[in-house]
Design a protein around this ligand. Structure first.
Ligand code: BEZ
Length: 225
C-alpha cells in the first residue's frame, strides 16, 4: 500500500465525480486543492461537513483553492445525497454544490492516495474516516489531517493553515506561530541575516524576545499580504 507524506507529489488519477469524469492534474489547473474524504453518504456528520464547506467555499476560492470531496460510495448515491446537502444547507448562496464529489465505490483511489485508516462498515468493507489533504499547484502534498469518524472537521482551521502556507511561500523568510490567524504578526526565521531583514522589511521588525541564540522578531502580516 503506498504511503503519502508531506512533500510527496500526489499521483495523477482519473475519477468519476458528480461533475463528470476528471483527470486530476488537468482539473486542478494552477490551483491549490483541498481533497477531503468522508466515510459515508447520507450520514449526519458528513452531511454537516459538506454543507458547511460549501458555505465556506468563497473564502477558499479567493485563495485560489478548489475543493474535491471523496468517499467510497457510488455516483448514484452521491447524486441523490447532493440534493440532501443542498436542502440541509440553509446558507448556501446558490442552489448547487460547486465542487465535485468523487465516487470511489471499490476504494481504488483511496488506496492510491493512502486515505484509509482501520475503519470498516458492518460488512467489513474498508471506508475512509476523515482524512483531508491540501495539495499545492505543483501537486505536492503540503498538509494532511485525519479526523475520527465521529468528529467533524473545522473549516476555519483549514483556512488558517492554508493562509499560513501561502504567506510563507510568498515570503520564504517568515513563518507563523501557534494559533496565528490572518491579521496577526508573523515571525522572521532565525537564520535570516540582519542585512536581509532590513532589505525585506524596510518598515522594520519588532523584537518579541531575545534568546541566548538571538532575537525572535515579528512583522505585521498586513505588510506582507
Ligand atoms: C456520520 O457522518 O455521521 C457517520 C459516518 C459514518 C458512520 C457513522 C456516522
Amino acid at each position: 500500500m503506498p504511503t503519502l507524506r508531506l512533500g510527496d507529489t500526489v499521483p495523477n488519477f482519473s475519477a468519476e465525480t458528480t461533475k463528470g469524469n476528471i483527470n486530476f492534474y488537468e482539473w486542478q489547473e494552477d490551483k491549490w486543492v483541498i481533497l477531503f474524504s468522508h466515510p459515508k453518504d447520507f450520514t449526519p456528520v458528513c452531511t454537516s461537513e459538506l454543507s458547511k464547506i460549501a458555505v465556506y467555499e468563497p473564502y477558499f476560492s479567493k485563495r485560489n483553492v478548489k475543493f474535491l470531496a471523496h468517499s467510497c460510495d457510488s455516483l448514484k448515491e452521491h447524486l441523490a445525497w447532493v440534493k440532501d446537502i443542498i436542502s440541509y444547507c440553509r446558507h448556501l448562496p446558490s442552489n448547487d454544490l460547486h465542487f465535485p464529489i468523487i465516487a470511489d465505490e471499490n476504494g481504488e483511489l483511496a488506496t492510491l492516495l493512502d486515505l484509509f485508516d482501520r475503519f470498516t462498515d458492518e460488512n467489513n468493507k474498508l471506508l475512509t474516516s476523515r482524512p483531508l489533504y491540501i495539495i499545492d499547484p505543483q501537486h505536492k502534498l503540503r498538509f494532511m489531517l485525519r479526523y475520527p469518524v465521529t468528529t467533524g472537521r473545522n473549516p476555519k482551521e483549514i483556512l488558517r493553515v492554508l493562509e499560513s502556507m501561502q504567506i510563507c511561500d510568498r515570503i520564504p523568510q517568515v513563518e507563523t506561530p501557534m494559533d496565528w490567524m490572518l491579521g496577526n504578526k508573523v515571525l522572521v526565521k532565525s537564520e535570516v541575516k540582519e542585512s536581509e531583514i532590513r532589505r525585506i522589511f524596510p518598515n522594520g521588525t519588532q523584537t518579541e524576545f531575545v534568546t541566548c541564540r538571538g532575537a525572535i522578531r515579528s512583522v505585521e502580516d498586513y505588510e506582507l499580504f
